[in-house]
Design a protein around this ligand. Structure first.
Ligand SMILES: [Zn+2]
Length: 243
């Protein structure tokens, strides 16, 4: 009897404090969290902390060297990621990432690597380990969102909890990408694997919902994907060079 009362109270409290079901804005994207796989052997928490706090300050482009950027097209190979409206997340992320790399290399003095450049299966450990081995300046993971509610739509970007430079990177990209969206879901924090176990500032972008018919129709357009790629690239530029 007492136990039942407690669980009723807890249920009431959880209803009181939880986000209403219709408010998809409070949800966190369904990407792999840090605890689904072991850390890569070259993960260095002290270096992560150092690189997250130093080196860059807002709007000041006094950096001595040009950046080494790792772009991470989400999923791939046997992992399709989210699917819907005739699209697969793994194909969209590879296309946007490839276009973003091409734009950066053509326009900025930066070196760009990708964690995959084909429809290959790449583990989370290998993605983070690859960037750590390269000593990358920053890491940009590209994803497409999905939700049970087909009405959920729009843009959101992520950085790891409390990450200073990660938040700046995620915000710079968001502020460019937002011109492609009417529904702006914000810059958020999450414990995604590739955000935690990369030794450098990192962000993850969710450019639209594959489960939403309007977002999916946009994502199916090569012109729209090129715009996203250009906006990602411009966000990277703003993050590194300050404008
Ligand atoms: Zn994804």
């Amino acid at each position: 009897m007492k136990k039942r009362y407690v669980s009723t109270v807890l249920l009431s409290m959880s209803l009181l404090f939880s986000t209403p079901a219709f408010a998809a804005k409070g949800e966190v994207a369904d990407e792999a969290n840090w605890d689904v796989a072991p850390a890569p052997s070259n993960y260095n928490p002290a270096l992560k902390e150092k690189l997250d706090k130093q080196g860059k300050t807002n709007g000041v482009s006094t950096l001595a060297s040009n950046p080494v950027i790792v772009i991470d097209p989400g999923h791939g190979g046997s992992d399709s990621g989210a699917v819907g409206n005739g699209l697969q997340e793994k194909n969209l992320t590879l296309d946007i990432a490839t276009r973003a790399k091409n734009y950066v290399v053509a326009n900025y003095p930066a070196t760009v690597y990708m964690t995959r450049s084909s429809d290959a299966t790449v583990s989370l450990e290998d993605r983070a380990s690859y960037a750590n081995n390269l000593g990358a300046s920053f890491f940009v993971s590209m994803h497409i969102n999905s939700a049970t509610a087909t009405s959920a739509n729009g843009l959101e970007t992520y950085n790891y909890y409390g990450s200073t430079n990660g938040a700046q990177l995620a915000t710079s990209a968001y502020n460019k990408l937002k011109t492609s969206y009417s529904s702006l879901r914000g810059v958020k924090e999450a414990g995604f694997y590739v955000l935690k176990y990369t030794n450098m500032p990192a962000m993850l972008g969710e450019t639209g919902f594959i489960s939403n018919s309007t977002d999916a129709a946009n994502l199916g357009s090569a012109l729209f994907r090129q715009n996203l790629a250009t906006q990602y690239a411009q966000g990277m530029h703003e993050y590194w060079w300050g404008f």
